[in-house]
Design a protein around this ligand. Sequence first.
Ligand SMILES: Nc1ncnc2c1ncn2[C@@H]1O[C@H](COP(=O)(O)OP(=O)(O)O)[C@@H](O)[C@H]1O
Ligand SMILES: [Mg+2]
Length: 256
Amino acid sequence: MNHPSDTHPQHQLQVCDLVKSYGKVPALKGIDLHVDAGEFVALLGPNGAGKSTLFQLLSGLFVADSGRIRIDGRDLRDDPIGALAKLGIVFQQSTLDLDLSVRRNLLFHCDMHGMQGSRARIDSALQAMGLADNTRSAARALSGGNRRKVELIRALLHEPAILLMDEATVGLDPASRSELVRDVRALCKEQRLAVLWATHLVEEVEQADRVYILDKGTMLAHGTPAEILTQTASDSLLDAFLQLTGQTRHSGEGAA
Ligand SMILES: Nc1ncnc2c1ncn2[C@@H]1O[C@H](COP(=O)(O)OP(=O)(O)O)[C@@H](O)[C@H]1O
Ligand SMILES: [Mg+2]
């Protein structure tokens, strides 16, 4: 018998009916999602929606209660090493060693993953991101935006097909935030990366190719931004998001 996930072998990332609870607390109640090569897909949801839980399942840190995850055509349960080799992740919490230099942080990652020829690759990636002058700086000395760029470079060193970004812009000023979105969008299009960008900020998803709206473990809507406006009869994604998640605009925010 064919499983639904077998009918779309072209999806870089495919999640089918994924369920996860923490004890009695349900975090994901059977969600479906896919991302294709070259697509920038947003996962939009308020705090507690289940975004980080999904990323922890995708990265193999936790195991789902039920459902399936396919990464570049490989089932995460059947072939975890093959599947995870295709995945790059920037987690919500920074995982840089702040006392090490930028280059050491990246070399450490390469050593851990047995990557050859890493120094040249690291230096050219730093150059491409405009960080060539920071190679020998301690990670601690970098701005929040540049630290995130180093984490982005690290996530891409093994040339994954899929990039997961979990609330990567939290704590960044607006200029650094939009720069990071722009950098990741450019990588997505130039290298045909499949990108899943989790955020609670509506303004970050307006340019996404498609958007999934997650709340309390349930996928409330998905489609292109234009399709979501039509589905919800809304004028803006913010209105659609507030309507779907049962929130209201604060007074003074100009509700129509
Ligand atoms: N380690 C954990 N133990 C128990 N409950 C958790 C744990 N991690 C998350 N949760 C709960 O699961 C739900 C989803 O959380 P999370 O995936 O962190 O959402 P988001 O990343 O969208 O903010 C929330 O109700 C949260 O309290
Ligand atoms: Mg989170």
